[in-house]
Ligand binder design. Structure first.
Ligand SMILES: Nc1ncnc2c1ncn2[C@@H]1O[C@H](COP(=O)(O)OP(=O)(O)O)[C@@H](O)[C@H]1O
Ligand SMILES: [Mg+2]
Length: 302
């Protein structure tokens, strides 16, 4: 596995100072720390949403800090996914259309780049009305609105959301909405998914559902960088960084969770759902991982 994300001496006036860390491809990394310690700022910086006051960042070979605004927007659209607590789903669209939106934007941007003459609005409208407009016209190269809708439906099925396509965002539960957010973030097959307290607004069972989906996606290869306050959630990650006053001042390595954590596949349940890092000789249950996190947090002065 190669390096996916490299952050070098990142600073943001008064918020972050000289933050450096790297993430491997396919890694699941949590950032914890007191409120106001700069966790969200760190995520926004890494996602190129805000300019740092110092330092450099790379996503694989691409220097994020070397890109202009358009370059960063393209990077976010094509290579990154976002699951934020406030969710940012549009109230005037149904669940399926909300999920489709970034894929339609990506298709639009690809067409613009390849000089496709298809009217942008038409493409978006066709995506929004994919059921009705299937196969009427000749497609430009790339994915058709119908194909994108099919992918969105497949993702919804995978995340247990089939049947909710036409619902408004106010007509589904918090857990379902957050899982729809994950679907949306996965539409462009990102290399890395950023999640800012993805379970922060959810009750325990919804949080569990969301974490099951995130760990499943991670097992399938998507790297995840998340912020969380919840030891149970952090315990699902391979590694945790502790941020205090804008500096990284601790790291806990737990190793990847194994498939045993997935209770929707009871055939796969095992007593141990984690491996000791890096020796991989001792199995830890989810509860034990959570306890390790709690003990470490108290060492950190949490
Ligand atoms: N856009 C901003 N401009 C100025 N200060 C900000 C901005 N965003 C956050 N802050 C401040 O930066 C600090 C860290 O914020 P944040 O990254 O949101 O922390 P966390 O996510 O760890 O709670 C806080 O003191 C907050 O008030
Ligand atoms: Mg925050």
């Amino acid at each position: 596995m190669g390096k996916l994300l490299k952050i070098e001496n990142l600073s943001k006036e008064g918020i972050l100072s000289s933050v450096s860390f790297e993430m491997e491809e396919g890694e699941m990394l949590a950032v914890m720390g007191p409120s106001g310690s700069g966790k969200s700022t760190l995520l926004y910086q890494a996602a190129g949403m805000d300019a740092p006051s110092g330092g450099r960042m790379w996503l694989k070979e691409t220097e994020i800090t070397g890109l202009d605004g358009d370059g960063k927007a393209a990077l976010r659209l094509h290579r990154m996914g976002f699951v934020f607590q406030q969710m940012n789903m549009l109230a005037n669209l149904n669940i399926l259309d909300n999920i489709l939106l970034p894929a339609i934007q990506a298709e639009r941007s690809r067409r613009r780049k390849t000089g496709g003459s298809r009217d942008v609005k038409e493409c978006a409208n066709r995506g929004m009305n994919a059921n009705r407009s299937r196969g009427v016209r000749k497609r430009a190269p790339g994915k058709s609105a119908g194909e994108l809708a099919q992918e969105a439906r497949a993702l919804m099925e995978k995340l247990g959301l089939s049947g909710l396509e036409e619902r408004r965002i106010t007509q589904v539960s918090g857990g379902q909405l957050q899982r729809a957010c994950i679907c949306r973030s996965m539409m462009n097959s990102p290399e890395i998914l950023f999640a800012d307290e993805p379970t922060g607004a959810l009750n325990q069972s919804a949080a569990k559902e969301v974490m099951e989906e995130l760990t499943k996606l991670n097992r399938e290869g998507t790297a995840i960088l998340m912020v969380t306050h919840d030891s149970k959630v952090a315990g699902c990650c391979e590694r945790i960084l502790y941020l205090l006053d804008g500096r990284i001042c601790g790291e806990l390595r737990l190793g990847k969770m194994t498939a045993g954590a997935d209770n929707r596949n009871p055939g796969k349940t095992a007593a141990g759902v984690g491996t000791l890092y890096p020796g991989e000789t001792e199995f830890w249950t989810e509860k034990q991982r959570e306890k390790k996190v709690k003990a470490w947090l108290s060492q950190m002065g949490w």
